[in-house]
Design a protein. Structure first.
Length: 381
């Protein structure tokens, strides 16, 4: 039986600042749409965008503004006549909540990737960071009694710690398209000999502590990294100016490239040929880029931080390092980058891990949960 689903998130996949949360929503709900559900995606507008469109079977309605979209949601929901036209509302909580339990009596599923906590103060100027932090403090008040789905055990633990009932939280890992993201023909874990490189792929934001990657790279150069090895940053974000200055101060500007946003084809090519992918974030919901690299047969060196530590099998698909420990981070980079046998073994383990996680399974589990929530609701079946 197909349901009419209203999905609400800050951004859709076409938004210029789309990130992991948007990939998650798109991959799961396009599959639910293909399975016979009718999915309407309510999301914020940006200059020059279409107010209504369809992408891969999702009807997308855009309104409000990027910074104040949460205040627009109640009116947009009223215009959509939510109570009469939908069977369930799915709210994707990302930074500032929409408080959908206050705006609808329909069954609800609340999606969480992770809570920012104090890390938001590394990302934004103090007044903005405080604003987001205060909203996040009210999450238990709005959602404690809701049905919840999370992308990792770490995120479930965070919610339980602030008063959520564990029996109302379902963990569904993100998937990965192992056909799209796949090793190149020359073999997993290898890299072009003419320009070996380390790769950071993802949003370039201050809270991700990408300065640690620069520091670890500078240390790795002194610690035995092959001459000519470069460091590449790729992805959209606003932290490039700070990183450029930091690279210059460390004396590695000539060996560091900042590419900005890249095409899907270029992204996959970069992931396939990197010596390893590096990820220094102190906190994530999961680690989609880690899994994309793994599917390409490329090992990952990542912080042993909430979320990320579940998307890397330490010693099998890559290495984890103690958060903030630049010396350990650097040593792991050197270990992988200078040993082709270890790199190949790790690459094979990474590919095996990625193949065990699919978006189809994540969508199936989400669809089953939606059905259970609707059937548990009074007066519905």
């Amino acid at each position: 039986m197909g349901y009419k689903i209203l999905l609400i998130n800050w951004r859709d996949i076409a938004h210029p600042e789309a990130g992991g949360a948007e990939v998650h929503a798109h991959e799961i709900f396009t599959r639910l749409a293909a399975a016979g559900h009718e999915v309407t995606f309510l999301t914020c507008a940006w200059p020059g965008c279409e107010s209504e469109t369809e992408i891969d079977g999702l009807r997308i309605i855009r309104g409000g503004k990027n910074m104040t979209f949460n205040y627009s949601v109640p009116e947009l929901m009223r215009k959509l006549d939510v109570e009469k036209k939908f069977d369930i509302v799915v709210e994707d909580v990302n930074k500032i909540p929409f408080r959908t339990p206050k705006h609808t009596r329909l069954p609800r599923l609340i999606l969480f990737h992770h809570l920012f906590g104090a890390t938001i103060f590394r990302e934004a100027v103090f007044p903005v960071a405080l604003y987001v932090w205060l909203w996040e403090q009210m999450i238990p008040r709005f959602y404690r009694d809701e049905w919840v789905q999370v992308v990792s055990r770490d995120t479930k633990g965070e919610l339980v710690d602030i008063g959520f009932a564990p029996e109302r939280i379902k963990v569904v890992y993100n998937g990965i398209d192992s056909n799209l993201y796949s090793p190149s023909g020359h073999g997993a874990g290898s890299a072009p000999s003419e320009e070996p490189y380390l790769l950071y792929m993802g949003r370039v934001k201050r809270y991700k502590r990408l300065d640690l990657i620069l520091e670890a790279f500078a240390r790795a150069i002194r610690g035995g990294l092959q001459d000519g090895t470069r460091l590449i940053f790729a992805g959209a974000g606003d932290d490039y100016p700070r990183l450029l200055k930091r690279a210059a101060k460390l004396g590695i500007a000539d060996r560091t490239s900042f590419l900005g946003r890249v095409t899907q084809e270029h992204k996959i090519d970069l992931l396939r040929h990197a010596l390893c992918v590096v990820n220094s974030s102190p906190k994530e919901g999961w680690g989609i880029t880690n899994m994309e690299a793994s599917a390409c047969g490329t090992p990952v060196v990542a912080s042993r931080s909430p979320g990320l530590r579940e998307s890397v099998r330490d010693g099998r698909s890559g290495y984890l390092f103690t958060p903030g420990d630049v010396a350990q981070f650097s040593a792991r980079i050197v270990q992988l980058a200078t040993d082709p046998i270890v790199r190949r073994r790790m690459g094979e383990g990474a590919r095996e891990f990625a193949e065990s996680l699919t978006w189809q399974e994540a969508a199936r589990l989400t669809g089953e949960y939606i059905t259970q929530i609707i059937r548990r609701s009074p007066g519905r079946s």
